[in-house]
Ligand binder design. Structure first.
Ligand SMILES: [Zn+2]
Length: 359
């Protein structure tokens, strides 16, 4: 609708009542008091007796009505939350979709039962990992056999659609999520995330000690002792990789051909090389091998030129408007933070930071 208003195709908006326009009183206020008048749009809410073109009708009550609608939404949200909380405490599954390997019980949608095909895949993943295969090669093996990844499987069998599913393939992360999901040991873990509030659907992570864990709520796919053993294996591995994988430019460089992030590997000499992550994970795109020191030279030269051509850089980087150069600003801030981090840890010595602070 907004797009049509912007294109000048609409001059009047009619709704049944104000709550149809939205329940957020700040948003409603913006539309009725600023946006519609600015765009010369007539606004009519039939049941609430609102018509912005009719001067005989008092418009002053719009904000109060909007506020009441907002209270109503908040109250409903609280009640739903309370009912979810009780269900979780009783060990009932309340997710929209059963986790990969399970399906919802036809007789009770809050109970999980084993799904034969996908649970076999889960068992294989645990078995291969216990036999010493790493997560990347397990993912590759499943991709080679043409097994649909959990996201693809979900889209094939439910109404769930997600355009963000990049290539629909198994990744190291998918395997890790499965290996560390306690649901497979017969215990339901819920309440891992929560919405910021009833107006904002963004989720924030909840610390592990506040998760709601209920044991033996459904039939396990993996024996609990096996699951526990796999957790110790995973913890040992993550401690090792945390020390190794940190790189100055990690997460900042992308493949020019396919847009995937570049990963850093050490070659036999111990030097870092960059490779396209789509190649390393899925064997697609191409290797695009590039030496770290060459890449550093290019970036630091570009940054130094930028700083040189920007008088009083320090002030400047605080004033770049958010809509312009936003990515660039984030990039530079990340660079500064990373350089500071590496200098503190004495693993890399570069003079670039001095240039940032020079006038
Ligand atoms: Zn690529």
């Amino acid at each position: 609708m907004i797009q049509d208003i912007e294109n000048g195709m609409i001059n009047c908006v009619v709704v049944k009542d104000l709550s149809r326009l939205g329940r957020d009183y700040i948003g409603i206020g913006y539309f009725t008091e600023q946006y519609f008048p600015q765009k010369n749009i007539q606004f009519i809410a039939v049941n609430d007796n609102i018509d912005t073109e009719n001067e005989s009708i008092q418009q002053e009550f719009i904000p109060f009505k909007a506020l009441l609608n907002d209270f109503y939404a908040k109250d409903i949200s609280k009640k739903i939350k309370a009912s979810f909380y009780t269900k979780r405490q009783n060990g009932q599954f309340i997710g929209a979709f059963a986790p990969y390997g399970y399906q919802k019980d036809n007789n009770n949608k809050n109970h999980l039962v084993i799904e034969p095909d996908t649970s076999n895949v889960v068992q294989n993943i645990f078995m291969w990992y216990l036999q010493g295969e790493n997560m990347t090669s397990i993912a590759q093996k499943l991709n080679d056999c043409g097994v649909p990844s959990p996201a693809v499987y979900k889209m094939m069998h439910t109404y769930y659609q997600n355009t963000n599913v990049k290539y629909g393939l198994w990744t190291q992360q998918t395997i890790k999520n499965i290996l560390s999901n306690e649901t497979y040991a017969g215990n339901i873990t819920q309440g891992k995330t929560k919405k910021i509030n009833y107006k904002n659907k963004k989720l924030k992570k909840i610390p592990k000690q506040y998760w709601i864990v209920k044991q033996n709520t459904h039939k396990p796919i993996i024996d609990y002792t096996v699951f526990q053993y796999v957790q110790t294996m995973l913890n040992q591995k993550s401690q090792k990789t945390n020390q190794k994988s940190m790189h100055l430019l990690g997460g900042l460089l992308y493949c020019g051909d396919c847009g995937s992030s570049m990963t850093f590997r050490r070659n036999k000499k111990g030097d870092f090389i960059l490779l396209c992550s789509r190649y390393t994970r899925y064997g697609q795109c191409s290797r695009h091998q590039f030496y770290e020191h060459k890449c550093n030279d290019i970036i630091f030269n570009a940054l130094q030129t930028f700083i040189k051509n920007t008088p009083n850089f320090k002030q400047y980087h605080n004033t770049i408007p958010i809509d312009r150069l936003f990515c660039y600003k984030i990039f530079i801030i990340q660079m500064i933070q990373k350089i500071q981090f590496f200098e503190q840890h004495n693993t890399i010595k570069m003079c670039v930071y001095w240039n940032f602070s020079a006038p």
